[in-house]
Ligand binder design. Structure first.
Ligand code: HEC
Length: 112
């Protein structure tokens, strides 16, 4: 029992380090996306499709569909700009480009 107690903090630290490492590799800002156009259709194909699907249908349980949901423009903007714990943030999408893209999602224009 005493031995377990002694090693527990180290075990926790190592576990934490391992998780942070994986998290950073997967979701760190190591590959920022730079939009080369302000056309939301192209940006969606380049930066969003792999997780959210061609028609916003999502993919599996991890990547949510947004075709069904009524999201506010503000939430959409915030998701793109700041990301979440699972979604990378797109800090290079801003200004008019961000407005156009948010609108594109808001009006479900990916549903062609
Ligand atoms: C690496 C995968 C990934 C990419 C790439 C990605 N997303 Fe996401 N997105 C997610 C995940 C995962 C969530 C759910 C996050 C959560 O609930 O914490 C999410 C949530 C969202 C939401 C909120 C949906 C809801 O129902 O609350 C919006 C809007 C959104 N993403 C838009 C975008 C846009 C626009 C792009 C492209 C610029 C994009 N995403 C790129 C993974 C991704």
């Amino acid at each position: 029992m005493n031995k377990v107690r002694k090693w527990l903090p180290f075990a926790l630290m190592i576990t934490l380090a391992a998780f942070s490492f994986i998290y950073f590799i997967l979701f760190g800002d190591n590959e920022p996306y730079f939009p080369e156009t302000s056309d939301p259709d192209i940006i969606y194909q380049e930066a969003c499709v792999q997780c959210h699907g061609k028609n916003g249908e999502g993919s599996g349980i991890l990547y949510p569909a947004f075709d069904h949901s009524e999201l506010s423009l503000e939430i959409i903007r915030q998701n793109i700009k700041e990301g979440t714990w699972l979604m990378p943030r797109f800090k290079n999408i801003n200004g008019d480009t961000l407005n156009l893209l948010s609108d594109y999602i808001y009006q479900k224009k990916y549903l062609k």
